[in-house]
Design a protein around this ligand. Structure first.
Ligand SMILES: C[S@@+](CC[C@H](N)C(=O)[O-])C[C@H]1O[C@@H](n2cnc3c(N)ncnc32)[C@H](O)[C@@H]1O
Length: 276
């Protein structure tokens, strides 16, 4: 079977919104080649073992397994990141949180990423700001292993800590705390759909209204923020109002919600105390 035929064959068996892209990524992965290669050498023959590996991957994808888990990687902020079934697959929307954090991080500032997963946010910040001191925590040891592998691979500096939010951070204080925490309501039917079905529930669901972790973090963050420091969250499109109220209620000022490129509420932030 040639590369051209393998692509056609895979596409025909793949469901979902992007069968062409999925087929290209999976075949590229099997051949260890870029997508461009597939169209430069369409007449090249696959070996029997490449064909059977592709068949196996296409079958798993047809059962819904996310492409990122099948190939073990996903790009975020132009950084190639390892992912596995213990980590959330980093989403492009989360780049908005990185942009907002970069705007507020002072020179040589200390920043904490709560619930780092693959390390996506912490590594994006470390890559942009080598002057910053970047810390990241996660409650999942397996996710931390992935974050550590990504940190080493990218040769960036992030201090990784196994912790239930701030529990293991002692009296550490930061200029900026950033988090894409679990924020989906436990009974939300989206948890049973698409790629999300295969992602760890502990990375996604947060109490009856999806706000349990955001509440806990807001309750504890003031003890870990320098005066004038910022707390920034990613959250669901319908949670902006609730998160603003929670931040104001806890005494944060300059509270605002930023929308993503689709015009949906996505990031809410606030400032603790005053510069001093
Ligand atoms: C939505 S995922 C975000 C992952 C990554 N920051 C990203 O944006 O791709 C939430 C992360 O929070 C972690 N987490 C959940 N509960 C936690 C807790 N109590 N303390 C620390 N981390 C927690 C999960 O293991 C998961 O990695």
């Amino acid at each position: 079977m040639t590369i051209f035929e393998a692509l056609q064959h895979a596409m025909a068996r793949l469901p979902g919104e992007s069968p062409k892209l999925d087929a290209e990524v999976l075949l590229g992965f099997v051949l260890g080649q870029s997508r461009t290669y597939l169209y430069t050498w369409p007449e090249r023959e696959l070996t029997a073992s490449q064909q059977s590996q592709l068949n196996e991957l296409v079958m798993q994808r047809a059962q819904g397994v996310p492409v990122a888990y099948l190939v073990g990687k996903r790009e975020f902020w132009s950084l190639p990141l390892q992912v596995n079934e213990h980590t959330l697959i980093p989403r492009p929307e989360t780049e908005l949180l990185v942009e907002q954090a970069l705007e507020r991080l002072p020179q040589a500032g200390r920043v904490l990423d709560l619930g780092t997963g693959t390390g996506a946010i912490a590594l994006a910040l470390a890559s942009e700001r080598p002057d910053a001191e970047v810390w990241a925590v996660d409650a999942s040891q397996e996710a931390l292993q992935v974050a550590r592998a990504n940190t080493d691979q990218l040769e960036l500096s992030v201090r990784l800590i196994h912790s239930d939010w701030f529990a293991e951070l002692g009296g550490q204080q930061f200029h900026l705390i950033v988090s894409n925490p679990p924020y989906i309501a436990e009974a939300d039917p989206h948890l049973e759909q698409g790629d999300v079905r295969f992602e760890p529930l502990s990375a996604l669901a947060s109490g009856a209204d999806g706000l349990a972790d955001i509440r806990r973090i807001i309750g504890q963050a003031p003890g870990h923020l320098h005066p004038g420091g910022w707390l920034l969250f990613e959250h669901g499109y319908d949670q902006g109002n609730a998160v603003r109220e929670l931040l104001r209620g806890a005494g944060f000022s300059a509270v605002e919600t930023v929308q993503d490129y689709g015009g949906r509420d996505r990031v809410t932030l606030g400032q603790w105390g005053t510069h001093g």
